[in-house]
Design a protein around this ligand. Structure first.
Ligand code: MRU
Length: 336
């Protein structure tokens, strides 16, 4: 299994996902600023993976400031910077809040390894959650069919998590018991589907076809797609689910064509503080991501751009949300 992040005795390396699939290159992260840069640039990405990366960054920041207790406010500022590296996936603030507890109690000054231990615990928790999500997903979806034709969006596999993934973990588990064919949205503008999901599925030996995002409706209509399955970056108490831009239209299509639409996410992706989806902060990214592809300009330089990185699927469009705790169906009312 591919590891998006490797933590070993306070040494951390990540696979640079911006270089995939052409180059499989790990590089060492030496300080928290470097991890912030990696999160912002999507060298490491996917909700559970950036949660773990956020906790590692907090541990690195604590190590840096440990011998300078007078710089305590700088450490608090560093944690806020880590939390703000990307705003939509709640896993990042979930992780930084774990760090804040140890920083505010000053426990990290005496127990120097505490945050490293917490990062490893979170990674283990995400790995176990991934296995359980796969199990629950199979229980929900497998009803004795001999074949399943699945459409997915973005990347929800090992690269996006720690373990097998979220939606992709379910797809991989299904493929171990029946024939599975996957249609993969390229996922514009940063092509996580084309670059990362295709790479993971091909490595797994699962039959898959790359489509552009604009081909989804035609594919569902003509290729007898049985279901659509994606991950999520933040789920509110009522089940509204933010995921990669382009997910909302898939949920609308699923409803129109009367096929199930599933979200797979660990409970670390649930934001218990938010009641509904309109309260989610949607990240807007740089205009260059739309005006250029791999450095090649494809739109007039003066183009005005709207580049939201996520959209929110309304809970009534979701057949079920599959977490490590089981299969949740409407009416959703997530509580701690
Ligand atoms: O911008 P990204 O690549 O971090 O977006 C990732 C997604 O939208 C995934 O679908 C999501 O994190 C859930 S799966 C781990």
């Amino acid at each position: 299994m591919i590891e998006a992040i490797v933590i070993n005795n306070k040494q951390v390396k990540i696979i640079d996902q911006t270089l995939l699939p052409q180059e499989e290159k790990y590089f060492e992260i030496k300080d928290y600023q470097q991890m912030i840069e990696a999160i912002k640039k999507l060298r490491i990405r996917g909700a559970p993976a950036i949660g773990i990366a956020g906790l590692v960054a907090s541990a690195l920041a604590c190590d840096e400031f440990q011998n300078y207790p007078q710089d305590f406010s700088k450490l608090e500022k560093a944690l806020t910077e880590i939390e703000n590296a990307r705003p939509t996936a709640v896993n990042l603030s979930y992780a930084v809040n774990i760090a804040r507890k140890y920083v505010s109690s000053k426990l990290f000054l005496s127990e120097t390894d505490v945050l490293w231990k917490k990062a490893l615990e979170l990674a283990k928790q995400e790995k176990e959650a991934s296995n359980l999500m796969a199990e629950h997903g199979v229980e929900e979806i497998f009803q004795g069919q001999s074949e399943l034709r699945i459409l997915t969006h973005c990347n929800t596999g090992s690269l996006a998590t720690y373990g097998e993934g979220t939606a992709l973990a379910v797809i991989k588990a299904l493929s171990r018991i029946i024939k599975v064919t996957v249609w993969v949205d390229e996922t514009r503008p940063l092509l996580q589907g084309a670059r990362l999901t295709m790479w993971e599925l091909i490595k797994e030996g699962i039959e898959c076809y790359l489509i552009s995002d604009s081909m989804a409706a035609h594919t569902i209509k003509t290729k007898q797609i049985d279901l659509i399955i994606t991950g999520a970056d933040r789920i509110t108490r009522n089940g509204d689910s933010a995921n990669k831009i382009g997910t909302l239209v898939l949920s609308i299509l699923a409803n129109y064509y009367n096929i199930p639409f599933y979200i797979v996410a660990p409970t670390s992706t649930i934001d218990y503080n938010l009641e509904e989806g309109s309260q989610i902060n949607i990240e807007e990214r740089d205009s260059t991501e739309l005006k250029y592809i791999k450095g090649v300009q494809i739109a007039p330089s003066s183009s005005k751009v709207f580049n939201p990185a996520f959209d929110v699927v309304d809970n009534q469009l979701i057949t079920a949300i599959i977490s490590e705790k089981g299969v949740h169906k409407a009416p959703y009312d997530f509580k701690l």
